[in-house]
Design a protein. Structure first.
Length: 215
């Protein structure tokens, strides 16, 4: 009996990462690469033209004004392509990001600190398993967060997205345009997030974003 072919779309703003993922996945005769993209906008367009069973996407893809990434991309993938199972790869593992990604329906979360084979395992789980697959480095991050205890007031998904974009160097007006919110809303969400985190300065906010894998 022939095993089903898995159509996989790839998205990462680093061509070398895309090439490594492609070469690793194509070792399996069951995988067919249906698209290679450099940002979220390209990924959404590719999926509209060539539906895929699985989309593997980097969490942070900040290159290019038209790029779309982070929670905003995950939300749009869930709305526009509910049949496509999403696997996220990230340079750093952050428990808050992983937990919120799970709530958005992500079926796999792999750290770039792990071997490439973990992406293959995540795809197999996304295709045939239940729940969300977490690579060893991601599991370790979740365990550390559980032992440390969850903050009483953790930033919301929308607030985390504002923090991440601000730490990447975007101005409030640019963040508002990218996320489709008013500048006053973005400013308020940034202020509330800083209050929740106990951060007093913009420099402290950027340091938090870096130390917690938001950028």
């Amino acid at each position: 009996m022939n095993e089903p072919i898995l159509r996989v779309a790839l998205a990462d703003d680093h061509p070398l990462v895309v090439a490594a993922l492609r070469d690793c996945l194509q070792r399996s005769a069951r995988v067919q690469i249906s698209g290679e993209c450099r940002n979220g906008t390209e990924l959404l367009g590719t999926l509209a033209r060539h539906p895929a069973d699985i989309a593997i996407t980097d969490f942070c893809m900040g290159h290019g004004d038209a790029s779309l990434d982070g929670f905003n991309l995950l939300s749009r993938l869930a709305r526009r392509h509910p049949a496509t199972r999403v696997v996220v790869i990230s340079a750093r593992s952050n428990a808050a990001i992983v937990r919120r990604a799970m709530k958005l329906g992500v079926r796999g979360f792999v750290s770039k600190e792990d071997p490439l084979e973990e992406v293959v395992r995540a795809c197999a789980h996304a295709a045939f398993g239940r729940g969300c697959f977490c690579s060893p480095a991601v599991q370790a991050a979740l365990q550390r967060a559980a032992l440390a205890g969850t903050p009483a007031r953790e930033p919301t998904q929308r607030e985390l997205e504002v923090i991440r974009l601000y730490a990447q160097g975007a101005q409030l007006t640019e963040i508002a345009a990218k996320l489709g919110r008013s500048v006053s809303t973005i400013s308020s969400q940034k202020t509330v997030a800083m209050r929740k985190l106990g951060v007093q300065t913009n420099t402290g906010l950027i340091r938090y974003a870096y130390e917690n894998g938001l950028i």
